[in-house]
Design a protein. Sequence first.
Length: 169
Amino acid sequence: MKKSTRFLVQGAIIAAIYVVMTLAFAPISFGSASSPIQFRISEILTILPIFTPAAIPGLFIGCAVANINSPFGPMDTLIGSIATLIAAYGTYLLRHNKYLALLPPVICNGIIVGTFIYFGMFLGKPFNLTGLLSSMLFVAFGELVVCFGLGLPLIAILNKYKKFLFIKD
């Protein structure tokens, strides 16, 4: 398979899996207008830029498509997807250290998505720094649990079987 074809196929598969996982776990994937807590199981895929740069556009597109169903509307499709794009690129840049590579999704989503959710929940109300920080921490915590709790074991599995998955060193 040509390199460019492999790149497109890997990205498309990652996007499709992200969408399916997000929608399959929709009740915990999005949080809600009354609670910023979300455990988006599909964020386990944010470890994939460690193995292939095709994961960067794949995660971005997958997040954009999945967020069409977000209770926060079209802005979440845009903002959440951009947060995922930045995080995926950060993971790719830090791919040589699996612990550091898992931090960009936690930090980007905590700050960007946490801020978006805060303003979505408290639109028209006076600014509250404690509320903003709480929203950021709740999102970052959910991301931390998924990325480190599920992502680290997935990294070990993919490292063991990557020759069967057409992943090159």
